[in-house]
Design a binder for this molecule. Structure first.
Ligand SMILES: Nc1nc2c(ncn2[C@@H]2O[C@H](COP(=O)(O)OP(=O)(O)OP(=O)(O)O)[C@@H](O)[C@H]2O)c(=O)[nH]1
Ligand SMILES: [Mg+2]
Length: 504
């Protein structure tokens, strides 16, 4: 019976997915008949670099009404971000302070296997990277072992146990919420996250003006878990806040033993507002949400420039699956979901791009590459030996060196400068993770310039055409600053486009 209902869901998903594709095709056809010029912009960069956040900023600037309409559909995703953070907090507490929740295990072994460090730097020739420290239970804390000696922290245990019990039912509904969000269109959910592809909003917003009645019918059924989670959040908001503020949790965060997602602290700080029964996500909430993009999603904006209307198509290419080869052309044409196995390839093959090149939808006019320069002390989730700045540089190098993309205008956004400032202010040393940084001062100006210089140098070495590179430092959660950059980048892309077709 289980498999029958699953295949039914899959059939629904395929039907809805095809209906959305058809919808987009018709919209595009209409625009083409109206003679609107298409400007294709690809957003590229590693996972969590801020591509979807930039897309939301575009939407906010050029289509604020559509963002307003979508607001309610972000509510379950905000809840999902909170549940994920709570789960991570409980997992780490269980690990660090097993006595607070359970009797010591008979073997006494911690519930994970540390990853062996490697000295290999995959980029090799730009920076020298220091391998990550392997995670070990807190050696200095007597709570990581099974000491019977009482310590000052043991006074925390009764409260931690109480808060844990209160929060546990919410954490237990994470999977159910993920399934509800994943129903129909999204591909998978669960402990790893919820993935999204275009059209998902229709599934979680019964009232959204998406013109497909089937989707509306589907979405109307899919709010039961969201409502239960909302009620449970409301009933336990004080306990959630106490847990978040608890010295045990705060100290785990401070010492990096607990690495929550970057938006987690924002949502946990705001838990009372978010737990209101009539809560609707604010613009700040929508920008802070973390929702992994799977495959490629297309977003369309009508933009007036120089007295003419252009149809901008923004392709938000999920960073977890580095879709730069064959799947890209297919994805651009059909918005398909790309399996995780289709990892980044080093070169694009001529025939891969032939389809895009000769199709009416054509090659991208511009590429906006996002590199989160705050990530110098982080490693890839899928490869914990690769430093994230190293990964960004490699990806950037692949993109600029590809001869099939040379006609695209190139914009580089060195993103998350706010987090970079915070980390440097907290004394997190760059040279600890990037040994080639040496004795340079650990200040924002020095560090940001160091990264900028390395990206520019990479382009100089790898780009066969040495085309202009427009570089911006960005903090994508800052609406005012980002919107000024969007205007600036838009104009640069248009200038470059007009000159490439001989009109400027
Ligand atoms: N502090 C801070 N957070 C940011 C910034 N830009 C994005 N974020 C946050 O970083 C997280 C990841 O951003 P996304 O836009 O989802 O990243 P993405 O590149 O689309 O990631 P994938 O879909 O996995 O490829 C979100 O929680 C954003 O709110 C920034 O400049 N500063
Ligand atoms: Mg994304």
């Amino acid at each position: 019976m289980g498999s029958k209902s699953k295949s039914h869901t899959n059939a629904d998903a395929a039907r809805i997915s095809n209906a959305i594709d058809e919808e987009l095709k018709q919209e595009r056809e209409l625009r083409r008949r109206r003679g609107q010029k298409e400007i294709k912009v690809m957003l590229l960069g590693q996972a969590e670099s801020g591509k979807s956040t930039l897309q939301k900023q575009f939407q906010l600037y050029y289509s604020a009404q559509s963002l307003d309409r979508e607001r309610p559909s972000w509510r379950p995703i905000v809840y999902f971000n909170i549940l994920k953070a709570l789960r991570m907090i409980l997992d780490e507490l269980d690990f660090q302070y097993p006595q607070a929740v359970q009797p010591p295990s008979p073997t006494g072994s911690p519930p994970y296997s540390p990853i062996p460090p490697s000295t290999a730097s995959s980029a090799g020739n730009v920076f020298s990277f220091t391998p990550p420290p392997s995670k070990l239970p807190s050696q200095s804390s007597s709570f990581s072992g099974h000491s019977s000696m009482p310590t000052p922290e043991s006074s925390w245990f009764p409260e931690l146990a109480y808060l844990r019990n209160k929060v546990l039912p919410l954490v237990a509904s994470e999977e159910a919420l993920a399934s509800e969000l994943s129903g129909g269109i999204t591909v998978t959910g669960g402990r790893k996250g919820v993935y999204v592809r275009s059209g998902w909003q229709a599934l979680v917003t019964p009232n959204r003006a998406w013109p497909l009645t089937e989707i509306l019918a589907t979405s109307a059924r899919q709010t039961a878990v969201t409502n239960i989670v909302a009620k449970t959040l409301g009933a336990n908001q004080n306990e959630i806040f106490r847990l978040w503020q608890h010295p045990a949790v705060q100290s785990l965060v401070r010492t990096n033993k607990l690495r929550l997602e970057e938006s987690a602290s924002f949502f946990l700080d705001e838990i009372h507002r978010i737990s209101e029964p009539d809560y609707t996500p604010s613009t700040d909430d929508v920008l802070h949400v973390r929702l992994q993009t799977l495959g490629v999603t297309e977003h369309s904006f009508d933009i007036m420039m120089g007295g003419r209307q252009f149809n901008w198509l923004l392709y938000d290419v999920g960073g977890a699956v580095r879709v730069l080869s064959k799947p890209l052309s297919r994805a651009l044409a059909h918005h398909q979901n790309i399996p995780r196995e289709d990892r980044q390839v080093d070169t694009l093959r001529d025939d891969d791009f032939h389809t895009v090149n000769t199709s009416p939808s054509g090659m991208p006019t511009a590429i906006i590459f996002l590199a989160p320069i705050s990530a110098y002390d982080q490693y890839l989730e899928e490869d914990p030996r690769t430093n994230r700045i190293d990964d960004s540089l490699q990806l950037f190098s692949t993109i600029v060196s590809n001869k099939l993309m040379v006609k695209a205008a190139l914009v580089l956004m060195l993103n998350k400068t706010d987090l970079l400032r915070q980390k440097l202010a907290a004394g997190i040393k760059v040279r600890k993770y990037i040994s080639s940084y040496g004795d340079r001062p650990n200040t924002y100006d020095e560090v940001s310039e160091y990264f900028r210089a390395h990206f520019i140098q990479t382009q100089k070495r790898k780009d066969p055409t040495r085309r202009s590179l427009y570089v911006h430092f960005t903090s994508m959660l800052d609406v005012k600053a980002t919107q000024a950059i969007i205007v600036n980048v838009g104009e640069a892309i248009m200038r470059s486009h007009l000159s490439s077709i001989g009109l400027a």
